[in-house]
Design a protein around this ligand. Sequence first.
Ligand SMILES: *[C@@H]1O[C@H](CO)[C@@H](O)[C@H](O)[C@H]1NC(C)=O
Ligand SMILES: [Cu+2]
Length: 225
Amino acid sequence: MKNFANILAATALAANGASAHYIFEKLTAGTTQFDTYQYIRENTNYNSPVTDLTSNDLRCNVGADGATTDTIEMTAGEAFAFTLDVAVYHQGPISMYMSKAPSAASEYDGSGEWFKIKDIGPDFSSGTAVWDMAQTYSGTIPTCVEDGDYLLRIQSLAIHNPWPAGIPQFYVECAQVTVSGGSGTYAPATALIPGAFSDTDPGYTVNIYSGFTNYTVPGPAVITC
Ligand SMILES: *[C@@H]1O[C@H](CO)[C@@H](O)[C@H](O)[C@H]1NC(C)=O
Ligand SMILES: [Cu+2]
């Protein structure tokens, strides 16, 4: 009976752990939403976050494999969205990045320069921080990028367990995109991943429950074009 109770407790914990996170699993390009992991590199860590600031898994998540992922054709200026299995419910910023592949996106490991195309930080206009906790986040392929293959990356940086007692969590996924129609006039601020985020970054270390009145989203400046 004791063993049975232990098993029940362990099962409840496991179920709780499994439901405690989320995955960006579906891409929408234009107005078409695709199947789970179609054009998105499938991760192998279920819905768990990446927490190691030095890991290459920060780029596209654990086990993300380009060779088994199709690449979608999009035009510069076209809208896209990432949809999660469940809505985000850990407080923290959402960011979107791109990195140009030297050749095919399917062969690219994300070791090159990344630039940021969107940040969604907290809204302090009501006097307290309001985070955009959604199931779908949309963006636009910038009109000024060069044509070619890219990794298109979304990141939820969960800072609900404040550093240093807690470890911020990165929920990330990458889509593979071939962009056409871009002007190629961009000169974005870039960063390497890992490298773009550090445990001295106020957007990483901040305690959102105490004296929280402003917030700077980690990473390079958002591209303007
Ligand atoms: C808030 O603003 C101050 C002053 O500019 C800055 O030092 C601090 O890092 C900011 N906090 C966050 C969490 O971005
Ligand atoms: Cu979680």
